[in-house]
Write a protein that binds this ligand. Structure first.
Ligand code: TNX
Length: 528
């Protein structure tokens, strides 16, 4: 009797477990329905609005890539089939979608193409986690109604410190799409290297592209404008905007190596770190760079950095041109000079109808609220978040703890950052909550969303990059997409286990939080 009860209990448990929605980020409504749907090579994809042809084709390609099955696009309404449609959903969010899977067919609807795309992504997550049998891929039936919590679901990649190249970037974009991210912030210029081709100033890449964080003599690596266009188009097909960052007036060392005429000097630790804010020609030089950058990125936003200028602006004090600028414009100190510089550069973006994006050093600037976005990164200074919000700016949250992916994820790891001994394990990332932050009840609409930053000082190789990104990207996705009251760490961890299998299949060098010794930390020679 006891045994029978136990068996019945275990059966019920496994049933309940099987009913857990395996999708990441967890949809906001996910209900199991009896039965399953079989996708095989005779399952047609039928799109009911002509603008969905691209999405239908994307589904064909993804299914082929991951299962080997060849779906065809058909018209009509014959079942079984996968239907894609645009209809007005009750949910107002333009990224909302419904995904209904029944034994007789699959229906994905969204109010926009983007919504339909997210429905497809959820379907693909189910496909990838289902067994492929002779009859095809058998996916359980679900009724999903979903919409994102935040409109900014971002990841930043630093390619100045180390350069990874088109193939790796496309691969990251694929995973971003898989987890419903929509902003790729591309940090293309900094101290070790300048990585974006600018036709008006070829030395930026020919000279400024030489070297990286661990080898200052490494041959020049950078993206040509053609490669950038290719990556931007690839991201666009996946509803991801690419936002370039051209860091100024600090972190400018690589540019200054190429064009020393515009350098404002640096410090002993950070030589040639700044641009010269006292020279008109600096503004002309940088504006020309931004004009070419704007033409490459249809996102109509450029991140101008603006961080850590005090690391290397001490020479401004002795610079005659800066002194004159201060006198002429009544600038009391170097912070005022920095602000003057940022305002002038922001103006050259506004002329191009671009928004200016800046790190939280600009939280109390007087830039226009409707054309500026502040990135709160200094977790130890929540007042910067508060200031930005009180000043009316939209804010993207990426505090170092827990959103810096260059920080290690467990206590035994040797290569990567820490803050005061603290670091960023996946649980902490998952448990991030806005409720403890200084956000007024009427300020939540200014929070655009969340982003993690992959600074790459400690990432020389693709495997190290992947090790830092996977599986933390899943927790980030859920922070950005799923409503806070839906989150559940235990269920999340079960879902992550399903993702680790995919990483293995796809040759992704992930960190295994459940068995860290399984995938050892990649060696970073230069840090020893
Ligand atoms: C701070 S975040 C930086 C980066 C570094 C990072 C390392 C920010 C705006 N600046 O330049 O790569 O810390 O964790």
């Amino acid at each position: 009797m006891k045994n029978k009860l136990l068996i019945a209990f275990l059966f019920l448990c496994s049933y309940a477990f099987a009913q857990q929605c395996p999708i990441i980020p967890l949809p906001n409504h996910c209900e199991a329905v009896a039965g399953s749907f079989i996708i095989n090579s005779s399952t047609p994809v039928i799109f009911e609005k002509p603008e969905l042809q691209k999405e239908a084709n994307y589904l064909q390609q993804e299914v082929l890539k991951t299962t080997g099955l060849t779906l065809s696009i058909q018209s009509g309404s014959k079942l079984p089939a996968i239907f894609l449609n645009i209809t007005r959903l009750s949910e107002k969010n333009s990224s909302a979608y419904n995904l209904e899977i029944r034994p007789t067919g699959v229906r994905i609807s969204g109010s926009t193409e983007q919504g339909v795309f997210y429905g497809l992504t959820s379907l693909m997550q189910l496909v990838r986690q289902s067994e492929i049998k002779n009859s095809g891929v058998v996916i359980p039936c679900w009724n999903i109604k979903d919409a994102p919590r935040f409109q900014w679901r971002g990841l930043m990649l630093d390619e100045s410190r180390h350069f990874f190249g088109t193939k790796t970037v496309k691969n990251i974009i694929d995973w971003m799409a898989y987890y419903k991210f929509n902003k790729f912030h591309w940090h293309l210029t900094d101290m070790p290297g300048w990585r974006i081709e600018i036709k008006a100033y070829p030395l930026l890449t020919l000279v400024g592209g030489v070297g990286n964080y661990t080898d200052h003599l490494a041959s020049a690596r950078y993206y040509t404008q053609e490669e950038i266009r290719e990556i931007v188009a690839y991201a666009k097909e996946r509803f991801i905007d690419v936002i370039p960052e051209i860091d100024m007036p600090g972190h400018a060392t690589a540019a200054n190596k190429a064009y020393p005429a515009y350098s404002g000097g640096g410090s002993a630790k950070f030589p040639e770190f700044t641009f010269n804010p006292g020279k008109d020609s600096t503004y002309l030089f940088l504006s020309a760079i931004l004009k070419e950058t704007d033409a490459l990125f249809p996102s109509q936003m450029i991140h101008l950095g603006g961080d850590e200028v005090h690391f290397g602006n001490e020479k401004w004090n002795q610079n005659e041109q800066v002194k004159q600028l201060m006198q002429k414009n009544n600038l009391a100190d170097l912070v005022a000079v920095e602000r003057y510089f940022t305002k002038r550069m922001a103006d050259s973006l506004f002329v191009l109808n671009n928004k200016v994006l800046l790190w939280d050093e600009a939280a109390d600037s007087d830039l226009p609220r409707d054309k500026t976005i502040i990135f709160w990164w200094r977790h130890d200074r929540p007042q910067q978040l508060k200031k930005a919000l009180d000043n009316g700016f939209p804010v993207v949250m990426c505090p170092r703890l827990p959103f810096y992916f260059d920080y290690v994820q467990d206590s035994t790891q040797r290569y990567g950052g820490r803050w005061d001994g603290k670091f960023n394990p996946i649980d902490k990332l998952y448990n991030f909550s806005t409720s403890t932050l200084p956000i007024g009840t009427n300020q939540y609409n200014q929070i655009m969303g969340i982003q993690a930053n992959l600074w790459t000082e400690s990432m020389q190789s693709k495997s190290k990059l992947e090790y830092m990104l996977f599986p933390r990207i899943t927790a980030l996705a859920e922070d950005a997409w799923t409503n806070e009251d839906q989150k559940d760490l235990t269920g999340f961890k079960e879902r992550v286990k399903g993702q680790l299998k995919l990483y293995k299949k796809d040759d992704v060098y992930y960190y295994n939080p459940f068995n860290p010794s399984q995938t050892p930390e990649p060696f970073i020679g230069s840090e020893l």
